[in-house]
Write a protein that binds this ligand. Structure first.
Ligand code: 2P0
Length: 361
């Protein structure tokens, strides 16, 4: 697959107006994407669990307009006009225009809402950009008399979402998605996410993710700044190589169901991501004291009980506590009694592995 395959043929149908709604989930990387080349091409492969409950729901209303000189759109979050979202969408439209030739023919209204608290420190770019990409694909589908296969629809939606925000390309489908060309997963691509094609042990079915909201503030380091820190970073090349190695190890673990080894990889990936930020120039510490308190408590509880509780982190202070469904009763009890006190306003979100986006009729 190359980019050229996503450039549409001239549209055969004309549509005056319409409305389409998609809900799309967030995802949490197990092997992290950190560092990119031009055009949203990742420096290394990543693999993620698609989430189930943390979602963005986006309705796109489109009305044909007289001229096709420029983009014309408005954005609403929870019913309120959000002009500060416009530059990101404008950038996205510019990047995808050659793949969606109708973009300047319509006036769009984007109405969006998240199922998770707005400033929770949970990235809404993955769910938000994937939901918008899917809405645009639904319009493109209507403009073609020829039917798209589901595979093409999802692949192009992921391709477009990636141009909005890299990690968004992993939110179209579930339950495990790989993005970034590598020799370990057949069919992997830098251009879009693909469903993990190999056997996955029962242990990972319905895997749980309880997200502890340690710091709900604005992101201290934007993803653009963050990825740029990997340019000229003294450890970058080793880190990129390590991501391939960890993906290979994870493949064997996903098949065997070895939860101890699983935890070893995901925790190492999380701490490596943060180590990259601590050792870049400029340098950042994105963990908070309570992030470390939680990590130490998790380690002590795991040591004492032998339960398979582990964590991962995004580029922020919140902790994703990951554990198998069959141990959830005891682990949830521990989370509520020992960890929730470290969260801002005791807030946390219970989520689990999910299966991707859905169109809402
Ligand atoms: C990931 N993160 O794999 C990594 C781990 C955060 C930490 O992808 O610039 O918002 O939009 O392509 O996808 C966050 O970066 O970056 C991210 P852009 P994105 O999930």
């Amino acid at each position: 697959m190359t980019e050229a395959q996503f450039i549409p043929q001239p549209y055969t149908k004309s549509v005056e107006q319409g409305k389409v709604t998609w809900e799309s989930p967030s995802n949490i990387a197990l092997v992290k994407y950190w560092g990119k080349k031009e055009h949203q091409i990742p420096e290394n492969p990543s693999i993620s669990f698609t989430l189930n409950n943390c979602k963005t729901i986006t309705t796109l209303t489109y009305t044909k307009k007289d001229n096709s000189n420029e983009f014309d759109f408005e954005v609403y979050l929870d019913g309120e006009k959000k002009d500060d979202f416009k530059p990101k969408i404008e950038t996205f439209f510019n990047r995808v225009e050659q793949y969606l030739s109708f973009l300047k023919d319509y006036k769009f209204v984007v109405e969006t809402q998240n199922t998770f608290p707005h400033s929770s420190g949970i990235a809404s770019s993955a769910s938000g950009m994937s939901a918008l990409a899917l809405c645009l694909m639904s319009i493109e589908k209507q403009l073609n008399s020829e039917k798209f296969s589901d595979e093409y629809f999802n692949q192009k939606a992921s391709f477009l979402a990636r141009l909005g925000s890299g990690s968004a390309c992993r939110s179209i489908e579930g339950d495990l998605i790989v993005w970034g060309k590598n020799n370990i997963v057949e069919g992997s691509s830098d251009l879009f996410g693909v469903k993990y094609p190999y056997g996955v042990h029962e242990n990972f079915k319905e895997y749980q993710d309880t997200i502890l909201l340690v710091d709900k503030g604005e992101k201290q380091v934007s993803s653009t700044v963050g990825h740029n820190l990997m340019y000229g970073h003294p450890y970058a090349q080793n880190r990129f190589a390590q991501a391939h190695e960890n993906l290979e190890k994870l493949k064997a673990i996903l098949e065997s169901g070895d939860l101890d080894k699983f935890i070893e990889i995901i925790e190492s990936e999380a701490l490596t991501l943060h180590a990259m930020m601590m050792t870049s120039m400029p340098y950042f510490i994105l963990m908070k004291p309570n992030t470390l308190e939680i990590i130490n408590k998790i380690w002590a509880f795991r040591e004492a009980t032998g339960l398979h509780i582990g964590f991962t982190l995004d580029a922020g202070a919140n902790v994703h506590v990951l554990y198998p469904k069959q141990e959830s009763e005891q682990i949830m009890e521990f989370i509520k009694s020992e960890l929730v006190g470290y969260c801002q306003n005791e807030q946390y979100i219970c989520d689990q592995i999910g299966f991707g986006a859905n169109q809402i009729e």
